[in-house]
Ligand binder design. Structure first.
Ligand code: SAH
Length: 389
């Protein structure tokens, strides 16, 4: 086998030519014996025809991740151009914003790299042996481009295990400011870049948070609130908002964020949202707006049925808890449940709740989370706005 080369099967070639950015191990015929995890390899068919270049992974079921159709040098200039192109999209779509996802992995043609910007600080995930090995290069490129005060490594994600990498986190560059804050519409949120969940915050919901402020009225409920992204927007106009969250650290942050925004009408409840919804029904409580934004319920395909039952339970209860004409903003970030399946679940919840439900809007992640056609994994967030009659 030629050095630095991966040879792929006929099936693999078909996928490659159709533009799928992943080639699975089963579709790799052979790999040069000098090739290491994280190397850039030349991709060829079994006759030795050159197809392009990819990042190679030894441990993962996904062996090859597309980088280029041609034989361009994959060097600092190559990655600089991809980073600049990614940031240019955000600058065009969100010219005023200082917090957004800069790089969304494959969808920005940068497999295994996630970069979130929070003002003067960047939070980065290296999720592939290829980006892990080029960490110093990415830090240098990001430092040059953004001139940030700090770059934080949040590669403490479980998916790293699939690449044979240990989770890792820490400061990579500069000094972490005492407080990092960012704005979403009229709300200012503090984010703990080192200890917060994922990269510190869920920027994918930013536009949906802001949209939720349109439905702040009367009594509102935000379940799975994290640091109050939805709750605070609702509180701008609602009489009272109850934010339900199971993590104590996150609850503390909701309180701080509410204080900082002078929103005394936010009540934080540290509880399991499943229990809270059941008890609220038993107590005969009613709400005018409810948000449901749970964590992913299915890590793999086998868990889809159980996850769907979980979604149905909370959505059914939320529908029953709403006053006539009330709004349900309901989200799912589970990759394995697509929009059609999510809608089917809502349909079934509406039927069981004996309420008629209108779809007002189907939303997804913001425009800083582009979706790569052909790679459904990059389109994971569903967010429906419903009116419950
Ligand atoms: N709505 C948030 C993001 C939610 S992420 C935002 O827009 O920023 C999911 C949150 O649900 C996490 O903060 C997690 O701690 C919390 N969580 C997980 N299981 C829960 C449960 N059973 N009850 C309440 N909160 C839960």
């Amino acid at each position: 086998m030629k050095k630095g080369t991966a040879c792929i099967t006929k099936k693999g070639v078909e996928r490659w030519k159709n533009g799928h950015p992943w080639i699975y191990a089963a579709d790799v015929e052979s790999v040069g014996d000098d090739v290491q995890a994280g190397d850039v390899v030349r991709v060829e068919d079994t006759r030795g025809w050159f197809l392009g270049q990819a990042l190679y992974s030894k441990a993962s079921k996904i062996s090859l991740r597309w980088l280029a159709w041609d034989d361009a040098a994959i060097d600092a200039d190559f990655f600089r151009a991809r980073l600049q192109a990614a940031d240019a999209l955000r600058r065009r779509e969100y010219p005023e914003e200082r917090a957004y996802r800069v790089v969304h992995g494959e969808a920005d043609l940068l497999p295994g790299l996630v970069v979130d910007r929070f003002g003067d600080a960047l939070s980065v995930q290296f999720l592939h042996a290829g980006t892990e090995r080029r960490k110093a290069l990415f830090v240098e490129l990001l430092a040059q481009h953004f001139k940030p005060k700090a770059i934080v490594n949040r590669s403490d994600a479980n998916v790293r295990h699939l690449e044979g990498l240990e989770p890792e986190k820490g400061l990579l560059f500069g000094e972490l400011p005492q407080v990092t804050s960012y704005r979403e519409g009229h709300v200012l949120l503090d984010v703990d870049l080192l200890h917060g969940q994922k990269t510190g915050a869920f920027l994918d919901q930013r536009d949906n948070h802001v949209r939720a402020s349109d439905f702040g009225t009367g009594e509102a409920l935000d379940c799975f609130s994290y640091t109050g992204g939805f709750a605070l927007q609702l509180a701008l106009k609602a009489k009272k908002v109850t934010a339900v969250e199971i993590s104590e650290a996150a609850c503390g942050q909701i309180k701080k964020n509410a204080e900082r925004n002078q929103l005394p009408n936010v009540e934080t409840v540290c509880a399991n949202a499943f229990d809270f919804l059941r008890d609220a029904l038993d107590e005969g409580r009613r709400f005018d707006t409810i948000v449901l934004d749970p964590p992913s319920f299915a890590k793999n395909k086998d868990a889809i049925a159980a996850a769907t039952r979980g979604y149905k339970e909370i959505n059914l209860r939320a529908m029953q808890l709403l006053n006539p004409g009330g709004t349900l903003i309901t989200a799912s970030c589970t990759h394995h449940i697509d929009e059609a399946r999510f809608e089917e679940m809502l349909d079934s919840a509406a039927a069981d709740s004996k309420r008629r439900v209108q779809i007002i809007e189907k939303r997804g992640a913001g425009r800083d989370h582009p979706v790569l056609l052909g790679l459904r994994e990059t389109r994971y967030l569903k967010c429906f706005v419903l009116r419950v009659l």
